[in-house]
Every structure is written in structure tokens, then in C-alpha cells.
Design a protein around this ligand. Structure first.
Ligand code: ATP
Ligand code: MG
Length: 551
């Protein structure tokens, strides 16, 4: 964490707690529900929880909040672990709320014995009807005053599987007129005859989130339980349960959910994109999931830096996706290998260069000398970008045009003498002469040119599929618009093209990141095979070519 910025409100609380001796060290946890892949919102929570115990003495647990058997899956557990490790964090203990099912059952029994919980026979609709409203008190269930013995018996039989789903629930006995609606006898357990991904068919009653979460925090002696703002009204129940059960007093703190512009950040919505095939899976490079962004070529450092910059807030807001891209470019500019690829090719023929001759020209490999050099083959026929030629040049056009000169990156200065078009006016070929004395690094030609363009030798080029991505949604906040969020999907978020790449890219490595000169940052996609390379464009370059150009 950077030292310059002021403490966020959580750091202030922790520093005070440590200074007052309330704790010698702190314990936080990251508690995902394994019902989908992690997204950027989770990344902020991960960076926050793990970041705090990197800064202060203590540790962070990973706890799977797996109390809902229907939506959860072991596949998700493995991916979540993988994503956290990739982000660069290590948890101290790996826990599962389902490991606490026995303890939670005992806790529930204890509440019944204390007269603080009862079995209710009302259906969920009936319970809702008696709940009241924020301005009106609710009404007691007719089953509210069952004896402790009867409640214990019924709860045990719920566990034994005697009743159908929904037939009975266990509720805390608090106050049906409580100003906080969540304190109006909240549900603690429900009956669900469902197979659980870890406990199998052992249980047919499952604890509700509010009953499992705080108690799991307490079992693990979490000191600072950090969650998002929608849990503010739950804090009262969190504290009530801990107090009545007389267990370790964890404390809940809330911060604002982080949302990114031009995307959605809810597992439920992301799942719809996957199942309705708007994207090709959870790790589609357009998804705001950690796995999608990794596949797209985002680096862990750029995500961590982004999370650090946005910090923690007390109020929800939409964070601009371009801020994330800023951190990405910052990181990639320092680390990406340099290479040349032509995405929209047109042939350039050097008429005064010997047929069949090849030169291996050195070119810098990375952002500085430490990366060394590679060589690139140069020959008579090259591919260049179609957009680097203008038949009638615009003002301040420094690239190719009839009679104009340009430098070929790491090679020679060429002058355009002729161009050939087909009958439809489509440019087929540009013919140039080159100046042998203008070779990069040993230029004695005395010529000066303002533009430098990239190229690939036609005889040596590899062919690669290149996937160019645009925003997945057309509007800043698809969830905030009228109607269904899927109505705002950008139909052109993926463009697939074939490109010519310099031969060194045929040995591209999946771990490495590449800057295709002037075209952006790219990485190899796992769809690549020996026969067919596939690159993803991670992000475009900011139009910084002017500064990038070196002879
Ligand atoms: P979703 O609605 O996508 O399912 P969730 O909050 O239900 O999100 P969980 O798996 O329950 O997902 O969340 C694990 C942790 O990540 C929680 O502590 C939660 O508060 C945090 N978290 C989830 N989404 C965000 C977000 N957008 N910003 C910050 N923290 C988040
Ligand atoms: Mg959830």
C-alpha cells in the first residue's frame, strides 16, 4: 500500500483498535459464495481484506459461504481459489461454512432452549403477510409461543427429514414490531431436501445467510468482518445473535459495493450472459470476471493498483472502466515485449531491393535496453497497414502517400513511387524505393522523415487470428437502465480478423504480454494451437506513438 495517501476509514478503525490494545493482531476473511466466478467487485474486496492484513499484523481466511445447496458447485470453489492466488494473495486457513453445520445446529438448539427461537408452521407467504411494513408493526405468528420442549422436538424432526420443503422454519424470537424489519423474527433455518456439494445428503435443513455468516465469523475469531453496504441493516441481527449465543464478538463493518462502467457486476447477471450464450463462458475476455480479464491479458498488478487507487468508499458509485485501463497500460508499458503485426494488410514492394534477399535487422525487445534485441527479417515484399497510406494526403500526414517518405521501423526510409488499385478502387499494392544508407542505427542518408510505420516481411510472416474487443455494453450503467440489462448489450463487442505477425511471435508464450507496435497490447489466447495462433487485444495504446518512435 502506498504511504502517501491518507488512511481509509477501515485503517483508521484498525489503527485505533491496535493502539488501544483491543487486539494484538487482526483477522479478516474473504467470504465468497461458490455460486459463480469472481468478478472485479470481488477483486476490490479481496484486495481490501488481504491488503489490511499485509499492512497490519494478522491474517486473512478464505471462507466459502456455502449454505445454499442449490446454486453451489465444486467447480466454482476451485476457480475462486485459483483467481485469488493469481491476484497475488495467500489465505491463512481455508474454511467452509458447511463445516460449521453441526455447530450451527447446536447454536440454534441453544437459542430454542433460551426461549429465543421457535419453529413456525406458517408458509413463506403467510410469514410475509404478517411481517408488517416499515411504518406498520408486524403480527405474531400463532406458533410463536410454543414451549421449548415442543420447539426442540419439532426442530429435531425437521433435521430428521420428517417434513417437506417449506413446511416449517426456525425463527428467532425477537420483536414483530421492531423498527428494523430484519429483526422481526428473522428466519434462521429452512427445510430443503437438496444435495449439497460438500455435505451431500446429510442435511435437509440449511441455515439462512444471517444465521451462518456472523456465527462463522465468530467461530474463526474474525476481528473485522468487512462486507458491503447492503448489510448495514443486518448488523443489528449480527450483533444480537452473537450476544445471545455468548460467542466471540466479531464486528461487522461495511463499505460501498464497487461497480464498473459499461459492465454488470453480479454473478446472477453474469451467469445469464453465459447460459444465454451472449459470451463464450465465464472466462470470455469481455467478461468483468477475474478469469475473463486474465484471459484478456490484464495483469494482477494492474488490478491490484486499480483497487488501491479507488480505495474504499462509504457511498456507492460507478467507477470508470478507463481508470482500470489506465493502470493496465501503466503496467504493460513497463513489461510488455515489443513485436510487429499488421492487422489490415496491404502489400508494399521495394522495387530497388534485390529479389530473394533477406536481412536480419535488430529491433528492441522491450521498453528498455535490459530487454535486449531480437532480429526481424526484412525483404523486398512487406505487409503494412492499409491505413498508413493516403492517396490524397491530409494536412500533417506523415505516413505514406504518393511521393512521400516514411521510415520503416528498425529498417530503412522508403519513398512511395506508385500504387496499384483494382477496378473497384481498392488499393492492391504500393511500390517504393528504399535508401540503403538510411538503415536504422547507422543512418548516413541525411534524409529526415517525420513518420515511422510498422511492417512485416511477407515471405516470413506468420498468420494469426486476432480478436479485438469492445465494451460488452452500450451504456455506462446497464443495470440502472429501464428494462432488461441484456437489452443494452453491444452487438459488436468482438471482431475477429486475421493478421500477419513477425516470425518471432510464432513462439509467443501464454504468460507473456506483447505490445504490437502502434496497435495495442496483446496476449496469446488459450484457443491457440500449433497450427493456429490466436491473440487477444488486451487494450489499445493510448495514442502515444509519437513519443514511442525511436529510430
Ligand atoms: P454477487 O451479487 O455478484 O453474487 P455477492 O456479494 O453476492 O455478489 P459473494 O460471493 O457473496 O457475492 O461475495 C463475496 C464477498 O465479495 C462479499 O464480502 C461481498 O461483499 C464482496 N463483493 C461482492 N461484490 C462486490 C462489489 N461489487 N464490490 C465490492 N465487494 C463486493
Ligand atoms: Mg451473494
Amino acid at each position: 500500500m502506498s504511504e502517501e495517501r491518507s488512511l481509509n476509514f477501515l485503517e483508521e478503525i484498525i489503527e485505533k483498535d491496535l493502539a488501544e490494545g483491543k487486539y494484538k493482531s487482526i483477522v479478516t476473511r474473504f467470504p465468497p459464495e461458490p455460486n459463480g466466478y469472481l468478478h472485479m467487485g470481488h477483486a476490490t474486496s479481496i484486495c481490501l481484506n488481504f491488503g489490511l492484513t499485509q499492512k497490519y499484523p494478522g491474517y486473512t481466511n478464505l471462507r466459502f459461504d456455502d449454505t445454499n445447496p442449490v446454486t453451489e458447485d465444486t467447480e466454482y470453489v476451485e476457480n475462486i481459489k485459483n483467481d485469488i492466488k493469481w491476484l497475488g494473495f495467500e489465505w491463512k486457513n481455508e474454511h467452509y461454512a458447511s463445516d460449521y453445520f453441526d455447530t450451527l445446529y447446536e447454536y440454534a438448539t441453544l437459542l430454542i432452549q433460551k426461549g429465543l427461537a421457535y419453529v413456525d408452521d406458517l408458509s413463506s407467504e403467510e410469514i410475509a403477510q404478517l411481517k408488517g411494513s416499515p411504518t406498520e408493526p408486524g403480527k405474531d405468528s400463532p406458533y410463536r409461543n410454543r414451549s421449548v420442549a415442543e420447539n426442540l422436538d419439532l426442530f429435531e424432526r425437521m433435521k430428521q427429514g420428517e417434513f417437506e420443503d417449506g413446511a416449517r422454519t426456525l425463527r428467532a424470537k425477537i420483536d414483530m414490531a421492531h423498527p428494523n424489519m430484519l429483526m422481526r423474527d428473522p428466519l434462521l433455518y429452512r427445510i430443503k431436501h437438496a444435495h449439497h456439494h460438500r455435505t451431500g445428503d446429510t442435511w435437509c435443513i440449511y441455515p439462512m445467510y444471517d444465521f451462518a455468516h456472523g456465527q462463522s465469523d465468530s467461530i474463526e475469531q474474525i476481528t473485522h468482518s468487512i462486507c458491503t453496504l447492503e448489510f448495514v441493516p443486518h448488523r443489528e441481527l449480527y450483533d444480537w445473535l452473537i450476544e445471545k449465543l455468548e460467542i466471540y464478538p466479531s464486528h461487522q463493518y461495511e463499505f460501498a459495493r464497487r461497480n464498473l462502467s459499461y459492465t454488470v457486476m453480479s454473478k446472477r447477471k453474469l451467469l445469464q450472459l453465459v447460459t444465454d450464450k451472449y459470451v463464450n463462458g465465464w472466462d470470455d475476455p469481455r467478461m468483468p470476471t477475474i478469469s475473463g480479464m486474465r484471459r484478456r491479458g490484464f495483469t494482477a498488478a494492474s488490478i491490484r493498483n486499480f483497487c488501491e487507487t479507488i480505495g474504499v468508499a462509504k457511498r456507492e458509485n460507478l467507477v470508470d472502466f478507463s481508470l482500470l485501463e489506465f493502470h493496465l497500460r501503466e503496467d504493460l508499458n513497463k513489461t510488455a515485449l515489443r513485436a510487429m503485426a499488421v492487422l489490415d494488410p496491404v502489400k508494399l514492394v521495394i522495387t530497388n531491393y534485390a529479389d530473394g534477399h533477406t536481412e536480419e535487422l535488430p529491433s528492441e525487445n522491450g521498453p528498455d535496453e535490459a530487454y535486449g534485441h531480437r532480429t526481424i527479417p526484412f525483404s523486398k515484399e512487406l505487409w503494412i497497414e492499409r491505413e498508413d497510406f493516403m492517396e490524397v494526403p491530409a494536412k500533417k500526414w506523415f505516413r505514406l502517400a504518393p511521393g512521400a517518405m516514411v521510415r520503416l521501423k528498425s529498417a530503412y526510409i522508403v519513398r512511395c513511387d506508385h500504387f496499384i488499385k483494382d477496378e473497384n478502387g481498392i488499393l492492391l499494392e504500393i511500390q517504393c524505393t528504399y535508401f540503403p544508407e538510411s538503415k536504422s542505427g547507422q543512418d548516413t542518408s541525411g534524409l529526415t522523415v517525420k513518420g515511422t510505420i510498422h511492417w512485416v516481411s511477407a515471405n516470413h510472416a506468420g498468420i494469426a487470428e486476432v480478436r479485438l474487443y469492445d465494451r460488452l455494453f452500450k451504456v455506462e450503467d446497464p443495470s440502472g437502465e429501464e428494462g432488461d440489462f441484456k437489452d443494452y448489450i453491444n452487438p459488436n463487442s468482438l471482431q475477429v480478423i486475421n493478421a500477419f505477425v513477425e516470425p518471432s511471435l510464432l513462439k509467443a508464450s501464454p504468460e507473456k504480454r506483447y505490445q504490437f507496435l502502434r496497435k495495442g497490447y496483446f496476449c496469446l489466447d488459450p484457443d491457440s494451437t500449433e497450427k493456429k495462433l490466436v491473440f487477444n487485444r488486451t487494450v489499445t495504446l493510448k495514442d502515444a506513438w509519437a513519443k514511442e518512435v525511436k529510430k
